[in-house]
Design a protein around this ligand. Structure first.
Ligand code: GLU
Ligand code: MG
Length: 420
C-alpha cells in the first residue's frame, strides 16, 4: 500500500484537548508559514465534543500556525508515527488571536517580566491511570505494579525523549492502575507545551499497545484523584533564582512571598481555570492527598501550594521550588500556568503578604459552579483574560455544567473518563 507522511497541527483548547488539522509533510514548509485555517467557534468545542454555545456563530477565519519549537516526531514499530506541532491561533493578518490559550500564557509571562524582570521555570508532574494492567488491591507503589505495566513505561520514556522532553521519573502511584510521570523543568512557554506533549505521548504509547492512559481528574467519585501538580520557581534576568530565603517564613524571599500571596488570594477563582471540570471537585476532597484550602504548607501534600523539600544543600536556592496542587488534566496547561502567573504578578504589583501565622486560610470552592462564580467576580481576572476570552471561558464552562445536568457523580466521572 502506498503511504505518505502526514503532519498534524493542534492547539490545546479551553477544554484542555488538542484539536487541529493535518496536512501532507511535503507541505510542511508552506504550512509553517501559513498555518491551517480555523474558525473562531472551534475554540468553543466542549470537552464532550459539541459546541454548546458560541458567540462567533459560523462566521470568520483564523490561522493555526505551527510553532517549530514544539515539533514532535516519534516513530512506532509497524505503525504510524506521532508527527505533530502545537501552534498559535492568529488572525488572518497574523496577529495573535485574543482567545488563543498559548497567547494567554505568553501575555502572563510578559507581565511577569514587566512587573519584576522575572522568568518562570516550571515542570508538570502528572498522574494517570494506565488501563494495560489488571486492577489488584495492595499494588500501591509496588514493584509488582511497576513491573506489570510491562513495556509501557520504557516505550513512554523513549517517546518523551524523542519528542524533546527530558524524563525525570516514572512510578506506580497510590491508586489502582495509577502511574505518575515527571519531566525536567523548562522556561517560558515550554513547560506548558511540554505538559501537553507529556500527556499526548502517554496516550500515544498506550494506544499503540491497545490500551489507554486516562488523565481524567478522578475515575469514580470515591476513588483516588489524578493530580497535575505544577512545580515552579522564578529567575531574574541573569538567570539567578529569586524565591529562596531560608531565614524567612516558608523560606520565601520577600518577592516570593508577594508572588505566592497573589496566588493564595486568587485561588478561589483560579480553581475555575486549573480545576475546571465538574469531576475536579470529587478529587478536591479531604483525606485524598489533594488540597481543600487555599493554603501554603511546607512539604505538605495536602496543601494547595507545597514548599518542596531540598535535597542538595549546596545548591538550595536553585533547587527551591513550589508545587501548585490544585490542578488536573481537564485544565488547559497554558490557561492553568498563565492564570497562576497572572495571580502571582498581581501579588507582586500589590505587594501582598501571606496571611499571618495562625490565621485560617480560605476554603477552596466545593464545586465548579462555585469556582465559576468566584472567577466571574474576580475583577483582575477580566484583564488577565481580556474581556472576550473571559466571557467565552465563563460561558464555555457554564455550558459544560449544563450538559451534565441530571447525571449522578458516577455518571459524570464516566463522561470525563471517556474524554480525558
Ligand atoms: N493523587 C493525589 C492528587 O490527586 C496526589 C498524590 C501525591 O501526592 O502525589 O493530587
Ligand atoms: Mg503523585
Amino acid at each position: 500500500m502506498l503511504s505518505e507522511p502526514l503532519v498534524f497541527v493542534g492547539s490545546c483548547d479551553l477544554a484542555g484537548i488538542v484539536r487541529g488539522k493535518g496536512f501532507p509533510e511535503a507541505e510542511l514548509e508552506r504550512r509553517l508559514d501559513k498555518g491551517v485555517g480555523l474558525t473562531h467557534s472551534n475554540i468553543m468545542m466542549s470537552a464532550f465534543g459539541p459546541i454548546h454555545r458560541t458567540p462567533f456563530g459560523t462566521l470568520g477565519d483564523l490561522m493555526l500556525v505551527p510553532d517549530p519549537s514544539t515539533r514532535v516526531e516519534v516513530p512506532f514499530d509497524g505503525g504510524t508515527a506521532e508527527r505533530f506541532y502545537l501552534g498559535d491561533i492568529c488572525t488572518t493578518d497574523r496577529t495573535p488571536w485574543e482567545c488563543c490559550p498559548r497567547h494567554f500564557l505568553r501575555r502572563a509571562l510578559a507581565a511577569l517580566d514587566e512587573a519584576a524582570g522575572l522568568s518562570l521555570l516550571a515542570a508538570f508532574e502528572q498522574e494517570f491511570v494506565y488501563t494495560g494492567v489488571e486492577e489488584r488491591p495492595g499494588a500501591t507503589y509496588a514493584l509488582d505494579a511497576w513491573r506489570r505495566q510491562g513495556g509501557f513505561g520504557e516505550a513512554y520514556m523513549a517517546a518523551l525523549r524523542a519528542a524533546g522532553l527530558v524524563p525525570d521519573s516514572f512510578l506506580p502511584e497510590y491508586g489502582a492502575r495509577q502511574y505518575e510521570v515527571t519531566v525536567a523543568p523548562t522556561v517560558g512557554l515550554r513547560p506548558a507545551d511540554a505538559a501537553v506533549i507529556q500527556r499526548e505521548m502517554a496516550r500515544a504509547v498506550a494506544h499503540r499497545l491497545g490500551h489507554r492512559a486516562i488523565f481524567a481528574p478522578i475515575l469514580n467519585p470515591d476513588g483516588i484523584g489524578n493530580g497535575t501538580h505544577i512545580h515552579f520557581s522564578l529567575r531574574d534576568r541573569a538567570g539567578r533564582p529569586v524565591l529562596y530565603d531560608p531565614a524567612r517564613p516558608y523560606a520565601l524571599s520577600p518577592l516570593g512571598e508577594r508572588f505566592i500571596a497573589g496566588i493564595i488570594a486568587h485561588l478561589p477563582a483560579l480553581c475555575a481555570v486549573t480545576a475546571p471540570s465538574v469531576a475536579s471537585y470529587y478529587r478536591l476532597q479531604p483525606n485524598r492527598w489533594a488540597p481543600v484550602e487555599a493554603n501554603l504548607g511546607i512539604q505538605d501534600r495536602g496543601a494547595a501550594i507545597r514548599v518542596c523539600p531540598l535535597f542538595d544543600p549546596r545548591d538550595a536556592a536553585a533547587e527551591f521550588n513550589l508545587e501548585y496542587r490544585v490542578a488536573d488534566a481537564s485544565a488547559c496547561p497554558y490557561l492553568a500556568l498563565g492564570a497562576v502567573v497572572w495571580a502571582g504578578v498581581d501579588g507582586i504589583r500589590r505587594a501582598l503578604t501571606l496571611p499571618a501565622p495562625g490565621t485560617a486560610f480560605p476554603a477552596l470552592p466545593r464545586s465548579l459552579d462555585a469556582a465559576l462564580a468566584n472567577l466571574a467576580a474576580c475583577a483582575p481576572a477580566r484583564d488577565w483574560f481580556g474581556p472576550l476570552l473571559f466571557d467565552c471561558y465563563l460561558d464555555f464552562k457554564r455550558a459544560e455544567l449544563a450538559a451534565l445536568d441530571g447525571l449522578n457523580p458516577a455518571e459524570i466521572c464516566a463522561r470525563y473518563v471517556e474524554v480525558y
